[in-house]
Every structure is written in structure tokens, then in C-alpha cells.
Write a protein that binds this ligand. Structure first.
Ligand SMILES: Cc1ncc(COP(=O)(O)O)c(C=O)c1O
Length: 370
């Protein structure tokens, strides 16, 4: 008979594009006893999770929930609830996750147009505005923090203004920005935003924070057809997270404990302090990488503090360096993919991973290997 050993994964220093290292307090919270998903104590936990998610998203949106599933589930919810067969959708693509938005939107029957920028670059709000004028779009979807390139899309407020003037809702991917860099859902007038727990919130992967503003809720109310995905149908899900508390699916209890603790950590630190910490450690990393002869792909003003993409010198054996980092030093960083395969690394400094000692260790290790 086969015997299996005790589970014993190494303690890795997770400096890739996610998951980031979970704060030990978050892991402890996950081991609390299970309670039922309609237990009054769990209902209170749900209320607190929603309240703190609103704080972190900087929104008053009532419909702010953690979707059961990873960031892609929240991404799917952000699209399937607002798309009906034949709706026109515009997607701004400057990396891999823009492509995924297109793939998902098409599966729900949208007619998708795209506007493109090379990987590593960002859009000018004026070019998006011009594209929005070409058709009557129901939805504009774009990525705030492109994890495949390390680029931060600026001018979100100008983009949402242009979208609204042209009658389109805005869906914003904030998977690699929430809790790590400035993101203001209400001040920027974003209609629908989604994220993941495993990046700057420093929680394991498993929930997808999602927030829906007034225009989004109105659009949901005015749908002519049923939402094509039962599990992610917000007209059903909101009855569990809203006042009714009607059973829809069994909430992942331990993941909600984890998210509650992760959000409590963000609130304790304060958003401004947290953003400043991410920025400070990213700048330390950028300087060190440049000193090692690894210049950054993205122009400084548009770099993500959460995800950096140093360019690799030609001839460097990308995979073997990363393999040594992992096997000899327990450090995980990721390679580039798509057009950036073999050309960049993707180094994440998110949440609990964004610490000075991690930057110092990574730079020292890279110096030794290179
Ligand atoms: C920008 C972006 N969007 C969406 C996703 C999908 O999230 P998940 O992998 O948690 O499903 C990711 C994951 O890395 C991401 O970086």
C-alpha cells in the first residue's frame, strides 16, 4: 500500500506575482474552529469583511463582497453580470489580463472591440476616449495593475469620465493594486472593480473582492435576460450577502476568517502607510536592480510598487537563475511570459512580502548568482 508523508512544504520567500507571503496572523485565523455559514457569529464576520473591504476599496458601495473563488471568479462575475448576448464591449489590452478579459467577455456573448498598447506601456485617456466614441459600448474593461508587465494604468478618473459621457460602464481589474497602491473606487467613479486576496492583501488565494457602484446595480436591475452563470449571478448572491441571508452556496468559512484578518491588518497599518511602505521597498529594489545592470521595463512614473519587471541581459540563462534562487535560497520570483518571455523577471513585493529584509536578501542573492 502506498503511504504518504506528512505535508511539509518549504517556507518560501514569495517574491513572485502571487501568491505573496501570508501574514502569520492570517494563517492563524484560518485555523479557528469552523462555524456554520448562517451562524449569527459568521453573519457578523461577513458584515465586518464587507465593511473593511469598503474601506480598502475606498467606497461606500453597499454591494461589496468577497466572491467565493480566486481573482478570476471575481473577474468573471464583473463581466457575466453586466453582459447580455450581443452587447458591445471595449477592452484596453496592454498585457495578458486584458486578453483574459476579452476571452471571458466573448464567452458571455459580447461583441468585443479592443484597443492595444505594447506590453509594458500604458494608455493615454484621450486614446481611450477616442475609441469609446466609435461605437455605443455597454462596457469598457481595463486593468489597473498589469501583473504580466508591471505597468500601472494612470488617469483612471479621466477614463471613467469619458466612458460615462459615452454611456459605458467601467470594469476595473485591481487584482495587483488593492491594498498596495492608491485605488479610490468612489473618487474615480469606477462602476465595477474586482480583485484577489493573494497579492497585496497577503492572504491565501481563494476569494475575489468585488464592488459594484450605483450604475452597475442599475444595469443589473435592468437586465432582460438571466445572468448566464448561476454561481456568480449577483442577483442571487446578493441575497446572501445582503439583508435576506438566503442560502446560495456554502461560503468558504476559513477563507473568510483569513480575509477578515488580512483586512484588519490593512486597517491597522492605515492605507497611506501601507502604500508608502510598498513604494519605499519597490524603490529600494529598483535602485538595487539597476546597480546590478538590470534596468526596469516600465517607465518610472507608471511602475507598480507591487510588481517590478527588470529586463534581463541577453545571454542570461533566465530559468537556471530562478531555479537556483528557489532551490538554494528558497526565493520565488517569476519569469516573463507572452512577448516578455525570457526578457524580464517578475518580482513581487506585496503585502507581507514587501519588507526591507526581503529586498536586501534578494539583491544580495542575485549579486552572488549573477
Ligand atoms: C491582473 C490580474 N487579473 C486577474 C488575475 C486572476 O486572478 P487568479 O489567478 O486569482 O484567479 C490575476 C492573477 O494573477 C491578475 O494578476
Amino acid at each position: 500500500m502506498t503511504t504518504y508523508t506528512d505535508l511539509n512544504p518549504s517556507t518560501r520567500i514569495l517574491l513572485g506575482p502571487g501568491p505573496s507571503m501570508a501574514d502569520p496572523r492570517v494563517l492563524r485565523a484560518m485555523s479557528a474552529p469552523l462555524i456554520g455559514h448562517l451562524d449569527p457569529q459568521f453573519i457578523k464576520i461577513m458584515d465586518e469583511v464587507q465593511e473593511m473591504l469598503r474601506t480598502v476599496f475606498q467606497t461606500e458601495n453597499e454591494l461589496t463582497i468577497p466572491v467565493s473563488g480566486t481573482g478570476s471568479a471575481a473577474m468573471e462575475a464583473a463581466l457575466c453580470n453586466f453582459i447580455e448576448e450581443g452587447d458591445k464591449v471595449l477592452v484596453a489590452v496592454n498585457g495578458y489580463f486584458g486578453e483574459r478579459l476579452i476571452d471571458m467577455a466573448q464567452r458571455y456573448g459580447a461583441k468585443v472591440d479592443r484597443i492595444d498598447r505594447p506590453w509594458g506601456e500604458v494608455f493615454d485617456s484621450a486614446e481611450i476616449e477616442t475609441a469609446l466614441k466609435k461605437e455605443k459600448y455597454k462596457l469598457l474593461a481595463l486593468v489597473h495593475a498589469e501583473t504580466s508587465t508591471g505597468a500601472r494604468q494612470p488617469e483612471i478618473q479621466a477614463i471613467t469620465k469619458a466612458a460615462h459621457e459615452n454611456g459605458a460602464l467601467v470594469v476595473l481589474d485591481t487584482v495587483t493594486s488593492l491594498g498596495g497602491l492608491p485605488l479610490e473606487i468612489d473618487a474615480w467613479d469606477v462602476d465595477i472593480a474586482y480583485s484577489g486576496t493573494q497579492k497585496a492583501l497577503s492572504c491565501p488565494p481563494g476569494l475575489g473582492p468585488l464592488t459594484i457602484g450605483p450604475r452597475g446595480r442599475e444595469a443589473l436591475k435592468n437586465r432582460k435576460s438571466q445572468v448566464a452563470n448561476w454561481y456568480l449571478d449577483l442577483t442571487l448572491v446578493e441575497k446572501y450577502w445582503g439583508d435576506n441571508r438566503t442560502y446560495h452556496h456554502t461560503a468558504p468559512i476559513s477563507m473568510n476568517y483569513a480575509l477578515r484578518e488580512a483586512l484588519r491588518l490593512v486597517v491597522e497599518e492605515g492605507l497611506e502607510n501601507r502604500f508608502a511602505r510598498h513604494q519605499k521597498h519597490a524603490e529600494l529594489l529598483w535602485q538595487g536592480l539597476e546597480d546590478l545592470g538590470l534596468p526596469l521595463l516600465v517607465e518610472k512614473d507608471y511602475r507598480l510598487p507591487t510588481l517590478s519587471t527588470p529586463q534581463l541581459p541577453s545571454g542570461l540563462d533566465d530559468a537556471s537563475v530562478r531555479k537556483r534562487l528557489l532551490s538554494e535560497f528558497n526565493i520565488e520570483v517569476a519569469g516573463g511570459f507572452g512577448p516578455l518571455a525570457g526578457k524580464v523577471w517578475r518580482i513581487g513585493l506585496m503585502g507581507y512580502s514587501s519588507r526591507k529584509e526581503n529586498v536586501t536578501l534578494l539583491l544580495a542573492t542575485l549579486k552572488e548568482i549573477l
